[in-house]
Design a protein around this ligand. Structure first.
Ligand code: WQD
Length: 343
């Protein structure tokens, strides 16, 4: 069975392509390479010994989807990763994010309906929850006004899926709300590409350890947590990828005509920033150069997922640990060699 993976050369998309193939699906990649590289396909081929069909297309254009659906007649489902995802950039360039992230979902839904493709998995985010009132966060928690245009695009896209479902459109969709994806494929052949200064903690840690950057700034040491630093739910990207396979299998097996649901993807365990730093030092055997600085505006204090619904609905839970993610991410970082100009 063929599954279209939009954003399939991206961080989570590329790992999902690998796990789809491992599960017996035939992944078809659609990506405009705006925030990735064709070299990712080489890495996937090294892992699988198979080079997936690749279409360099822009999801914002309905005809891009039509060309692919015409060429690939038997697509059974779509996993939609393609989106801009830099929280900070979204604040300075909101229209770029609204146009791309929302426009691409609309193009997908319009054309999938024309070709009667009914199974859709959407890449969403735990940012929809904001600062939760209690922990762990489960899927009944309220959606709060987004802290950034990026987070808002995820909320709006979930609402678009909800409203299309309510209107009677004939499709089944699952929105998967990721917590904090980290790590890389254990082969070291694919991982998170270092495009620009990392906004996220773990890629920045890796780049300090490899000498690309001088020092990690830890944003805030006065939070109400065990060591004063923020808590997040860091989940291995391979675990996330496997959850997407389970989600596709769930939709394909589900005999409902129409379905709309959402599920958290997390480990169910929270880790502080300093616990991440200490765990990295243990797995790498290297001391990390860091300094404590003031809080980063917009950061929430603590969040981690309830994993009950994912286990119940998808029959999935994480198998890899924070240490596995940091070790696999470190192997990938070391494979990149000296700092490239694009970083
Ligand atoms: C984690 C912690 C920072 C960098 C991300 C994505 C968002 C969503 C949720 C998927 C925070 C601290 C960071 C640094 C630091 N995922 N930090 N120094 O903010 O939880 O959001 O996951 O959609 O899209 O952005 O992740 O890695 O930026 O921060 O101290 O140099 O690390 O303050 O406490 P965040 P993050």
């Amino acid at each position: 069975m063929k599954i279209l993976v939009t954003g399939g050369t991206g961080f989570i998309g590329s790992h999902t392509v690998v796990e789809l193939w491992n599960a017996g699906f035939t992944p078809v990649i659609m990506d405009n390479l705006d925030n990735s590289s064709i070299l990712v396909l080489d890495g996937i081929e090294k892992i699988l010994g198979f080079r997936p069909q690749f279409y360099q297309e822009n999801c914002n254009h309905p005809d891009s989807f039509r060309r692919i659906f015409e060429a690939e007649k038997d697509i059974s489902g779509i996993i939609h990763f393609a989106a801009h995802k830099a929280v900070g950039e979204s604040v300075s360039l909101p229209l770029k994010y609204y146009r791309n992230n929302i426009g691409s979902l609309i193009s997908l839904l319009e054309t999938a309906s024309e070709f009667n493709i009914q199974n859709i998995v959407f890449s969403s985010s735990c940012t929809v929850y904001g600062e939760p009132s209690s922990l762990p966060v489960d899927e009944t928690f309220p959606i709060v006004p987004a802290e950034s245009p990026y987070g808002n695009t995820k909320q709006i896209c979930e609402e678009i899926l909800r409203d299309c479902h309510t209107s009677g459109m004939n499709f089944k969709s699952l929105s998967l709300r990721y917590f904090n994806p980290i790590g890389a494929h254990p082969s070291g052949f694919i991982g998170e590409l270092p495009l620009g200064v990392p906004g996220n903690l773990v890629p920045f840690v890796m780049q300090v350890a490899t000498g690309w950057r001088e020092k990690l700034s830890v944003f805030g040491s006065d939070y109400n947590t065990i060591d004063g630093t923020c808590i997040r739910d860091y989940i291995h990207v391979v675990d996330i990828a496997q959850a997407h396979v389970n989600a596709v299998q769930y939709l394909l097996k589900n005999k409902e005509e129409r379905l709309y649901d959402w599920i958290n993807l997390g480990t169910g365990k929270g880790s502080t920033v300093l616990e991440v730093v200490k765990t990295f030092e243990q797995v790498s055997g290297l001391p990390l150069n860091y300094q404590m600085v003031s809080r980063r505006p917009g950061d929430i204090e603590k969040i981690y997922a309830s994993t009950e619904k994912a286990e119940k609905v998808l029959g999935w839970k994480t198998r890899l640990t924070l240490a596995d993610g940091l070790a696999d991410g470190w192997r990938w970082q070391q494979s990149l060699g000296p700092k490239p100009s694009l970083a």
